[in-house]
Structure formats: C-alpha cells, structure tokens
Design a protein around this ligand. Structure first.
Ligand code: CAP
Ligand code: MG
Ligand code: MG
Length: 495
C-alpha cells in the first residue's frame, strides 16, 4: 500500500488543476482495492513499487491522488495534476501516464480505464479539431442527412485506375465520401501518387455528371512523419481544397502521427481510423480502456472524425452504451460520460456564453445537422474562428463503419439519435447485386425511407436498388449472421 497516494474524500481535486480518471480495478489474491488503487496512482504518476528516498516536496506535490473508491463496483477514481503532463498539448504523453505501465502491473487481474474528465484550464492547452463535420457539410452542401460514404473494397489489391473507377461508381450512385481502407498506402500495385491522380480525375468526372461536390479521405499513415507530410503535401497539390481528408491509423501510427498531421495541415479534415482499438476497448478485455476514453482523447488531439462503432449492429463487437456515449461525447459541447459529464470549453463551464451555447445545442439535438458556435463564424479564417468561438474544443464527428449495409442504416439511425455523423460502408455497398453504383443509390434510398418514416420494405417497392439490397442483405448481410454475445454485450442504450 502506498498511502502517500491515497486522498480519499479529497475535494481539492475538483479545483481545475486535476484531470480525473476512473478505473475498474480487480486485484489478484487478497490485495485490497485501496492497495491496488494506490499502486496504480503511483505507477501512473510519480512513483514505482517502492517508496524512494529521492522524492522531494515538489515531486510529492504532483502525485496522483486516489480520491474515491466505489468498492461495490470495483472502481477507483484517480486525479492527475495536469501540470505534470508534457507542455505543448501532447496527448501521447497523457496516455503514456494513465494507459501505459499500469496495464502491465502483475497484481492486477483487471485494469480498465473507463472515463476521463478534463478541466477547462487543461483543455486550453490542447488543439482540438480545426476542421469539423460542419465544414464538410458546407463543402458538400449537405445539411440534412449523415455524410454517406464507402470504403473501397477489395480492401487492397486494386490498381490505381481500378480503384478510382470504384470511387467514380460510388459517387455517381449518389454517395458523398470515399475513404482509403486502413492499410492502403503506397503499394506496388497502386503507387500512392498515381492513386491520388486517378482519384482526382474520377472525382472531376463524377462531379460533372452529378453536379455535386465529392470528398475522398486519403490514408497518409507511413513509416515516418516526413513521408506522411510528403504524402499530405502531394494530395494538397492535386486535390481541390475541401475535397479531401487525411486518414491516420491512430493506434498503429500513433498519437504523435495524429497530432503531426493535425498541426501541419490545420485546414484538412483529420480522419482517425482506430484499427487495433479492439485490443483495448472490447468489453471482454479486462485490461485497456473504453471506446469513450479513446474517442475523448481523439477529440482532444484534434481529430475531425473518429470511428466510434456501430453499437453491435454491424460486424464489429461493440457495446451500445459505450459506442453511443462516445459518439455523443465527441459531438456535443456538453456530454454525458459513463462517470463524468464533460463541457468541452476552454473557459469555465459557468461562463454564460457557454451555458447559452449548451442550451441552444440541447434544443437542436437530434433535429438534424447542427453546429455550435463555429457555424456562426462561417467564413472567418480558421484560426480566427478558433479564437472567436468562445474557445471551445470543436466537435469530432462519429464515423460509423464495420459491417453496415443500407438495410441496417435505419436501425443505426434510431440507435444513435442524431444524423450528425459520417457512415462508411464497404462490403455493404460493393456486394450489392447490381454493383457499386446501385449500392450507393440504395444507401441514399434507405436514408430517405428513414427520413420519411416509411418502412424499408414499403419504400423498396418503388425503388429498385433498395429492393435488391433488402433481399440480398437480409440473406447475406451482417444481420443474417449475428453472433449471440449477449452474455458480454448488454444492449442497454446510454442515458
Ligand atoms: C469496414 C472497414 C473498417 C472497419 C473499422 C473494414 O469495412 O473498412 O475499417 O469496420 O471498424 O476494414 O472492416 P466493411 P470500426 O464496411 O466492409 O465492414 O469502424 O469499428 O473502427
Ligand atoms: Mg486552445
Ligand atoms: Mg477498413
């Protein structure tokens, strides 16, 4: 037991100088949760497994503090003086503290970081997103439906021109947004610059045919940051401003890669792909962190959008409560977490500007696309917008992917409770019996049916592409192959 880290009942931790975190802790043997919590607080802040004689008054002043323990639910609440973090808005450093060695501590059977809370003065140190879904909506002139997207499939292996043709088919079918799949990079069969050139050419043709603007999200993850920046610069030199996003594989490329792209390209939508997150976030995993925690840190780091999961409706494991709470937490100015309510404002949440914004947003919530202060600052220079937007951390868009298809869209829309998200369907588009273009049209029709509150089967009677989709995906889609993992995944929706 490391008593120096136990501050049960302490209220100083609410004074704005502490980031708060809550862990589910299950120690081995007869170790008490107090003991385990004090060890976690030590290891995730200033200490080790032994009290060292070299500690000083100053070092003890930045010890993490266990301020609350909920024995019944096996929860330990730990406060971190955020002055101990690397200055300059570095998210990687925070996670090294609180989602680092603690996951390796031998006395813990379970150590799951479930929620975090940032005081306003701390938020002021971090970038947050610069380009948001509101900017993407403006570019697409799409304010009244989710951004409907696809991932090109096969996941990998098409030549640059074959790849671009599939983009073209999706765009002329009515889709808005195409993304590289998470492993697409600079492969021998699809050299990066050739792929970019081919996408631009296909996008121009699709815009001529449809009269609508289109967007492509390019994966800029690479072996090193110089290569990432070179790829970003190349894309910026070929594509029209606003017509492209940069995708970073945030788990495998890392947080520094995410923030490098955010800072080097502040005018580009930053798409955080979370491939690998399952090792931390799945409900079956006793060691790791929640989708909510991952998503909150992505917003803090400046992701314009991050995948937040399909709440178990698609092919990936996902806890409805975690996925949907995460989606709301990154969209809203004030959001309920699993344990903390977060106001994403760099000024005190009692500030009357922020209070008014929160009330306005609450009134708009669920009634279609909406922005917060940013939408009223349209047209101002991005940095000026940041300064004038009552210093909020802008919203991050949920990106919803993973085994979805047009037939599942209405069920997901009812589950998430807003249209303010991007959905990207891969197999759910390119396996359509009449091909990619029909797949794109089917997902647009599925949204229209939901919007008009018409049952899909009914709407499909007048819409061929949707009719084919309903017949095909009810037989072959994710919904036809659902596993029963209810012993782990509760279906209770978030509050
Ligand atoms: C989906 C996907 C996405 C994952 C991401 C894939 O393809 O492109 O990367 O779903 O999962 O590679 O599987 P499909 P999440 O639409 O064909 O399933 O969004 O949960 O991070
Ligand atoms: Mg700031
Ligand atoms: Mg993928």
């Amino acid at each position: 037991m490391q008593e120096q880290y136990l501050y049960l009942g302490d209220t100083e931790v609410f004074n704005g100088h502490y980031m708060l975190a809550v862990f589910k802790l299950v120690p081995y043997g007869d170790i008490t949760i107090e003991d385990a919590a004090s060890e976690v607080a030590a290891e995730s802040s200033t200490g080790s497994n032994l009290k060292v004689g070299t500690r000083t008054n100053y070092s003890m002043g930045i010890d993490a503090r266990v301020y609350k323990i909920d024995k019944e639910n096996q929860l330990a609440y730990i406060a971190y003086p955020w002055s101990m973090f690397d200055r300059g808005g570095n998210v990687q450093n925070i996670l090294t503290f609180i989602a680092g060695n603690v996951f390796g501590m031998s006395e813990l059977k379970e150590c799951k970081l479930l929620d975090v809370w940032f005081p306003s003065q701390m938020l002021d140190q971090y970038d947050g997103p610069s380009v948001t879904l509101d900017d993407m909506r403006e570019y697409l002139n799409n304010y009244d439906r989710p951004v409907l997207g696809t991932i090109i499939k096969p996941k990998i292996g098409l030549t640059s021109t074959e790849y671009a043709e599939v983009c073209y088919d999706f765009w002329v079918g009515g889709g808005d947004f195409v993304k590289n799949d998470e492993p697409q990079a600079d492969q021998v069969f699809s050299p990066f610059e050739k792929m970019v050139d081919s996408v631009r050419e296909a996008m121009d043709r699709a815009e001529d045919v449809t009269g609508h603007t289109k967007i492509h999200s390019f994966n800029v993850s690479a072996a090193d940051f110089d290569t990432m920046l070179k790829r970003g610069d190349y894309i910026s030199s070929v594509m029209k401003p606003g017509s492209y996003a940069f995708l970073v594989d945030g788990i495998t490329a890392g947080w520094s890669a995410v923030q490098t792209i955010r800072r080097h390209f502040p005018h580009v939508f930053l798409h955080y792909h979370r491939a690998g997150h399952g090792a931390f976030t799945r409900a079956e995993n006793p060691i790791g962190y929640s989708v909510l925690v991952l998503s909150k840190f992505a917003r803090l780091a400046g992701a314009s959008g991050i995948h937040t999961g399909t709440a178990g409706i698609g092919k990936m494991a996902g806890d409805a409560k975690d996925d949907i709470t995460a989606a709301h937490a990154i969209l809203k100015l004030k959001s309920k977490g699993h344990y903390f309510d977060q106001v994403w404002s760099e000024i005190p949440e009692s500030d009357f500007d922020i209070v008014a914004e929160i009330e306005k947003e609450a009134a708009l919530w669920g009634k279609g696309a909406h922005g917060i202060a940013m939408s009223r600052l349209r047209g101002l220079d991005m940095t000026m917008q940041r300064k004038m937007s009552w210093r909020t951390i802008n919203k991050t868009a949920p990106i919803i992917s993973g085994g979805l298809n047009p037939v599942l869209l209405p069920e997901f829309l009812d589950t998430i409770g807003t249209i303010d998200f991007i959905t990207t369907m891969g197999g759910g588009i390119h396996s359509h019996p009449s091909g990619t273009k029909a797949g794109a049209t089917a997902v647009c029709q599925a949204y229209d049916a939901w919007k008009q509150e018409v049952k899909l089967e009914e709407y499909a009677k007048e819409h061929k592409e949707l009719d084919e989709a309903v017949k095909f995906f009810n037989k072959h889609g994710t919904q036809a192959h659902r596993v029963d993992n209810s012993e782990v995944y509760k279906v209770d929706k978030p509050a």
